[in-house]
Design a protein around this ligand. Structure first.
Ligand code: ADP
Ligand code: MG
Length: 383
């Protein structure tokens, strides 16, 4: 599905659903975080890139104060609410994400009135590709244009994050929304989660591709494991007397100062993962993409052994992909389910897929799903 075919299809579907033409069509992509896992809430570094798959929205202003929402991925549950009645808890299900964006913008004093929106998406949901941020960012961009708010991308990303934190009730960081909003084609976004500042890093994959393997194992970020990792990091930072683990400069000294082996492992991961982000940025700037693979694998081993958030399907996918010719691979996202990314020479993609699928089937697991991720542009108007 090309961007222009998506734009005309979603515009036509809008016209059928609402009996008028939309004023425009906007698109916001999903993202892959190349490296920098569990670093965001430690004030650290992440390196996401936007992918071609994403959420498109056709939209038009209304003369009243109503918000009308439909999604082709949730046709059975349209939403129709008054903007003045928007408050956390007033909208449930998928519609809370876009409604939350209007709530966040209006709460910040922006003049946002009634609007009809219709969404279509080619992004798998709940697979760690950040469909929720794509849904929010597409909404924020459409509203920004239609009501002439003139807000820069970073402000729109922050409004989208406030929607997810305060309206949906998911305490995510700014990574997903920044990536969807700010990424550029053929670039990764180096994001400093302390300052919110970002820079564009050239990402020329050349003879390689990033193959995403959805392990189809349950993705349960909201459970206690995620909260307990965050709490352990905060506790370690407190014991070490630093504002966040990002500030640990002397790893050996920090490890010697911590009596609890669990906390030592958590610190080891966070500190080395920040270093790996910096190392990957250096390699990309030098055009040495093949060497990035080893750092992805090192990240995976650290997430598996030090941070202890990997899951069996991810470990099998990474090991099998490496044996079949991938240059590196790691689990992505919070852990305990979701996807793995692998850096694969273009001519090895069929072998890697075949090997991983048969490794899964031979263990009695469902076959994984695959997606090829190319560094694509961030959120934009399509038509
Ligand atoms: P992820 O962001 O990793 O895909 P989340 O659990 O954060 O996973 O967000 C997935 C949720 O976002 C879905 O359950 C759904 O409520 C909403 N969503 C995403 N894309 C769409 C879409 N095209 N139409 C309707 N809802 C969507
Ligand atoms: Mg999400």
């Amino acid at each position: 599905m090309t961007a222009s075919s998506t734009a005309s299809t979603v515009a036509e579907t809008f016209a059928e659903a609402y009996a008028r033409r939309p004023s425009g069509v906007w698109h916001a992509p999903g993202r892959i975080n190349l490296i920098g896992e569990h670093t965001d809430y430690n004030d650290g570094l992440v390196l996401p890139f936007a992918i071609a798959q994403g959420v498109s929205v056709a939209a038009s202003r209304r003369d009243d104060d109503l918000l009308e929402l439909r999604s082709l991925q949730a046709i059975e549950s349209p939403a129709f609410v008054s903007l003045s009645a928007l408050e956390p808890g007033s909208v449930s299900g998928w519609a809370a994400y876009p409604a939350g964006v209007l709530w966040a913008l209006r709460n910040a004093g922006h003049p946002v009135g009634g609007i009809s929106l219709l969404y279509d998406s080619d992004l798998p949901q709940g697979a760690g590709l950040s469909s929720s941020a794509a849904l929010e960012c597409a909404t924020a961009l459409a509203v920004n244009d239609l009501f002439g708010l003139g807000l820069p991308g970073l402000e729109l990303a922050r409004a989208a994050q406030r929607a997810e934190n305060g309206f949906v009730g998911m305490p995510c960081g700014i990574l997903d929304q920044s990536a969807s909003m700010l990424c550029k084609e053929d670039h990764a976004l180096l994001l400093d989660c302390r300052s919110g500042l970002s820079s564009q890093i050239p990402l020329a994959l050349g003879a390689f591709t990033v193959l995403v393997i959805d392990t189809r194992a349950v993705h349960s970020l909201v459970d206690g494991e995620y909260a307990s990792r965050r709490a352990a990091c905060e506790e370690a930072a407190r014991l070490l007397g630093v504002p966040a683990l990002r500030d640990v400069k002397d790893l050996a000294g920090a490890l010697a100062a911590l009596p609890d082996p669990v906390l030592r492992r958590r610190v080891q991961h966070v500190v080395t993962e920040n270093h790996r982000v910096e190392a990957v940025v250096g390699l990309l700037r030098a055009g040495a993409v093949a060497e990035v693979g080893a750092l992805l694998t090192a990240s995976h081993l650290s997430l598996r052994d030090q941070f202890e958030v990997s899951w069996p399907e991810a470990d099998v996918a990474v090991a099998t992909a490496l044996a079949a010719g991938a240059r590196g691979g790691r689990m992505v996202g919070g852990g305990f389910g979701g996807s793995v990314i692998t850096l694969v020479p273009l001519d090895r993609v069929p072998q890697v897929r075949e090997a991983v699928t048969s490794a899964f089937l031979s263990r009695g697991w469902a076959a994984p799903a695959y997606l090829t991720a190319l560094p694509a542009p961030g959120a934009r108007r399509l038509g």
